[in-house]
Write a protein that binds this ligand. Sequence first.
Ligand SMILES: Cc1cc2nc3c(=O)[nH]c(=O)nc-3n(C[C@H](O)[C@H](O)[C@H](O)COP(=O)(O)OP(=O)(O)OC[C@H]3O[C@@H](n4cnc5c(N)ncnc54)[C@H](O)[C@@H]3O)c2cc1C
Length: 295
Amino acid sequence: MAEPFDVLVIGTGITGLSAARQALKSGLSTATLEGMFFGGLVTNINELDGEIAGSGSDVAAGLMMEATKLGAKNITGAASSIGREGDVLVVESDAGSHRARSVVIASGARLKRLGVPGEADLEEKGVSHCADCDGPFYQVKDVVVVGGGDSALQEAIVLAEFAKTVHLIHRGEKFRAQAHLVERLSAHPNIAVRMAAAVEAVLGTDEVTGVRLAGGEVIACSGFFAYVGLEPVTGFVSAQIARDAGGFLNTDKDFLTAMPGVFAAGAVRSGYGGLLVHAMAEGIGAADAARTYLR
Ligand SMILES: Cc1cc2nc3c(=O)[nH]c(=O)nc-3n(C[C@H](O)[C@H](O)[C@H](O)COP(=O)(O)OP(=O)(O)OC[C@H]3O[C@@H](n4cnc5c(N)ncnc54)[C@H](O)[C@@H]3O)c2cc1C
């Protein structure tokens, strides 16, 4: 039987890639396990906001290249469980069983759905989650964006380059987004902001034709984008590892979960800061903690 890896990183978003690169720099044999494509949530962000600039796919590709050059074994497969055989952790995936002395869970998060009637039925028929990918389809059309955080404002600004009008609907009285993003909205006269309003249904049969707000008002639109928070991807993680009220994994300050040798970092972790700088720092921190554990 092959020697177990020192570190197996589940997920190759920015957190997982940063963890893998750091573990390899420390001389640890390291594998990554990815269920889809490397890069995670930022893959389709053409223009990043914040301390890390450029396109999301370029940042991810740079990290992937570095980790691969340092000797990462990149496995394609979705993790389905984490167990233990003696001193060795065993991660099952649709690509087989993978043995490791330590595991970093970096499986991230996915965009929450708003959960209103019509949203699921009209998926890919006007209901979208990627402004950079689908924005060009809405040239001179109206779109609705729901949310009041960084992602909602960032994506509304991207869509304003294409759409005739972007209706930005937020149920609160104030945006939660960073001040510079709120300020940038005012440079786009085609973004119409509606505060203290809630979408009750997405309308249409074969394609999106509008949304209905609580109270009955209908806003006509061809595209619908909800950015109302993230939910962690933890279906493969046993109940032994505690979660917070939102389902995010609890760790101590060194990223250690309740399962010895299993660390969690990035968007899947309770207390994560939310930006790429945090993803990178947490990936590095978890790899360093795994190195200390292995000693
Ligand atoms: C719309 C949007 C725009 C954003 N824009 C910015 C920005 O401009 N600047 C900024 O700093 N931050 C931005 N962020 C935040 C940033 O994208 C995230 O904080 C960061 O990407 C989280 O990285 P992660 O690696 O922890 O998780 P993810 O990016 O979610 O990566 C997790 C990876 O794990 C994989 N995975 C999941 N389950 C499994 C499994 N069972 N087995 C194997 N692999 C699995 C996934 O396929 C994915 O590749 C944005 C977020 C969103 C939603």
